[in-house]
Design a protein around this ligand. Structure first.
Ligand code: SAH
Length: 352
């Protein structure tokens, strides 16, 4: 395309370095490009795909949710979470979602459309730009003199990307896969994020899980299980009527075997719906001995939902029973709740 615009082809690499390596689409920052070439190249090849419509932050600015407007008015959200040792970008793969899980705000609104590869990547580049500009507080603390540490401070960069924003990533397979490649290939082809630090989360689209396993990537697969039995899962994750728990887990174990990667089983704990001790035992026996760990998510509130998070005692017992089966368990933090930026709360409404 660069050659087609009458420019030497090596300018493609220069432009890519600006965008993927320095997170800029601003021509005045591209001093290695001749002045006359900057605007035509940037206009043709680096159009602004997403416009920030609103920013909300909490946790002293270390969690920030951005509402984006696409060229056609479609709205999506992304969330940046800075921790002492890493920065995670939670990105959307679709505007809305067609999977209709009743406890998820995104699922209630239905699907608007798939995002393109570039619209997905742009969310991560935008987060990387904020960090590089020093606009996100926190990060690695200063090394104290007495500790004897002489490591230079780590540059601020996006270390992890999770496809856990709006949408079902495996229902937008081609764009998501191409985005994973752009995120993980080294500069100038991509952003140089480690494949192991990318997580693709799915409701359990079995053929697409098999297809992903065959790509020979080392990305982490997360499966939104939420119930160990088909009776309940049919209602919590409606696509279970098509692919049952046993089929979803078989696809997950095939993924683990093909990649050597531990699969993350997501389980939103919903009070008196799926948090019974017998369900913990049932889940534990399904997962015992597998390359898997369970990530329990205390249910986050969503508009109009009658459900709520489990009582602390029920959650503790659920963890204890899973551990008794030898299954590793973590409880996900509720980051972003105050700004409707936590799991299942992204609804991308333009209302203030
Ligand atoms: N569609 C994909 C990607 C979304 S990931 C998937 O379902 O896996 C978002 C995660 O948050 C999923 O595990 C989803 O089931 C979970 N979730 C949805 N609503 C939630 C809520 N209200 N509280 C906690 N977790 C929720």
């Amino acid at each position: 395309m660069v050659a087609g615009l009458g420019q030497p082809p090596f300018r493609a690499s220069q432009l890519s370095r600006h965008f993927f390596g320095r997170y800029t689409d601003q021509t005045e920052e591209m001093s290695d490009l001749p002045l006359a070439a900057r605007d035509p190249l940037a206009r043709a090849l680096l159009p602004r795909l997403l416009t920030a419509e609103r920013e909300l932050s909490c946790d002293d600015g270390t969690t920030r949710k951005t509402l984006w407007r696409a060229f056609d008015g479609a709205l999506v959200e992304s969330v940046l979470m800075r921790y002492p040792d890493r920065v995670t970008m939670c990105v959307s793969s679709q505007a809305g979602c067609g999977m209709a899980c009743p406890f998820c705000a995104t699922g209630q609104a239905g699907l608007t459309r798939n995002l393109s590869t570039a619209e997905i990547v742009a969310q991560v580049v935008a987060g990387a730009r904020l960090l590089a500009d020093g606009q996100v507080p926190g990060g690695p603390g200063r090394v104290s003199a007495s500790s004897g540490g002489d490591d230079p401070p780590k540059p601020s960069r996006v270390s992890n990307v999770v496809f856990m924003g709006m949408g079902e990533p495996l229902a937008n397979y081609a764009s998501v896969l191409a985005a994973v490649r752009r995120l993980t290939e080294p500069v100038p082809e991509g952003m140089g994020i480690s494949q192991r630090s990318v997580t693709v989360s799915t409701v359990g689209l079995v053929p697409a899980i098999a297809r992903l396993a065959a790509e020979r990537l080392s990305v982490t697969l997360a499966v939104s299980l939420h119930a160990p039995d088909d009776g309940l899962r049919d209602t919590l994750v409606p696509v279970n009527r098509r692919w049952k728990v046993a089929e979803v887990l078989a696809a997950a174990w095939a993924y683990a075997a093909a990649t050597g990667r531990r699969v993350s089983i997501e389980y939103a704990l919903i009070r008196e719906i799926n948090d019974q001790a017998w369900r913990a035992d049932m889940l534990g026996s399904l997962l015992a001995g597998r390359l898997a760990h369970v990530n329990l998510i205390p249910l986050n509130p969503t508009p109009g939902s009658k459900w709520t998070a489990s009582r602390p005692a029920a959650q503790r017992e659920f963890v204890r029973r899973l551990e008794a089966h030898g299954v590793p368990v973590t409880v996900r933090d509720t980051r972003g709740r105050e700004i409707d930026g936590a799991c299942g709360q992204l609804a991308a409404s333009a209302r203030p």
